[in-house]
Design a protein around this ligand. Structure first.
Ligand SMILES: Cc1ncc(COP(=O)(O)O)c(C=O)c1O
Length: 294
């Protein structure tokens, strides 16, 4: 993964990322009492701005925190951070913690000001090898908490799962619980059987993925049938196609699961259609200015 770009934003100021400092008493550091977002940036503009900022607002709300900036203020801030970090596609990381206080107190202090941090990193285009051969995934048990719909920085089980995938030479760890598919350690998972997309319904067990929402919308426009229902582990293992959705990478085809070929072991026709639609959608919307939705 490429090194982050040099300019960050911390609590109201643009700063050199290498110089940025926060207190060790920050609740994000002490308790992972923080939420985050990751937005891709193409052609100098955040992609799916309202979906990402809307999810950040939802995560903050779930922690009982106010949203610290309006959508118009987020748009201005993101545009300036992206401009300062120069041309080329990027992805912006936003983290909002409940703030720093004097001492280590579990109960949140409502008087604290949040710590707001943004940085940006280069975003690489889809790898030709992935386009041709897809990626590997492994399955692991889902050991996370009961509110996986909140995009919290408390990611230890996700990190352990991703570590297991890396040790197996795979791109992603797909999480299973009670004999069913949940999602990836940092991605949404869609499966295909007989031309129909199957994926678990939204709920507390999975993150509401921006990429999955767009992929499903594009599938509807292509008249591809969609069933949002629990996906049994056996159906995952015998799927014709498996796809991962990440904001930073789009939709990727999984061609090997636990070392076994998925379908024919190559990117499938539904992924190919969605990828073409995804690229077309991006090319159509990215020249447009940010449109702020409520
Ligand atoms: C656990 C988890 N699920 C799903 C996703 C995909 O969400 P998005 O498509 O908005 O990147 C992510 C992305 O970070 C994630 O961490």
């Amino acid at each position: 993964m490429a090194a982050p770009l040099p300019i960050a934003w911390l609590n109201g100021e643009f700063v050199a990322l290498a110089e940025a400092r926060i207190s060790p008493l920050d609740r994000g550091f002490l308790f992972a009492d923080a939420v985050y977002e990751v937005l891709p940036v193409y052609n100098g503009r955040p992609f799916l701005f309202n979906a990402h900022i809307g999810r950040l607002e939802r995560s903050l709300n779930a922690l009982g925190m106010e949203t610290p900036l309006t959508r118009a203020e987020w748009a201005t801030l993101l545009t300036e951070l992206i401009r300062r970090n120069g041309p080329g596609d990027q992805y912006v990381y936003i983290q909002v913690s409940r703030g720093a206080e004097f001492g280590r107190n579990h109960a949140p202090n409502p008087a604290l000001s949040p710590t707001i941090f943004l940085m940006s990193s280069p975003l690489s285009a889809l790898d030709e090898a992935v386009r041709k051969c897809g990626v590997d995934a492994v399955t692991v048990p889902d050991e996370r908490w009961a509110r996986c719909d909140i995009k919290s920085t408390s990611l230890l089980p996700n990190i352990l799962a991703k570590g297991a995938a890396a040790r197996a030479g795979a791109t992603e760890a797909i999480l299973l619980a009670e004999g069913h598919l949940r999602e990836g350690s940092s991605s949404a998972v869609l499966t295909v059987r007989n031309g129909v997309i199957y994926a678990p319904p939204e709920g507390n067990e999975i993150l509401p993925s921006t990429t999955r929402a767009l992929a499903l919308e594009l599938a509807r426009r292509l008249d591809i049938a969609i069933r949002l229902e629990p996906v049994a582990e056996s159906d995952l293992r015998s799927a014709d196609e498996i796809m991962l959705g990440f904001a930073t990478r789009g939709v990727l085809p999984v061609c090997r699961l636990d070392g076994q070929p998925v379908g024919r072991g190559e990117p499938g026709p539904i992924w190919t259609q969605l990828q073409t639609a995804f690229e077309g959608y991006r090319a159509a919307v990215q020249p447009l200015p940010i449109h702020l939705e409520a």
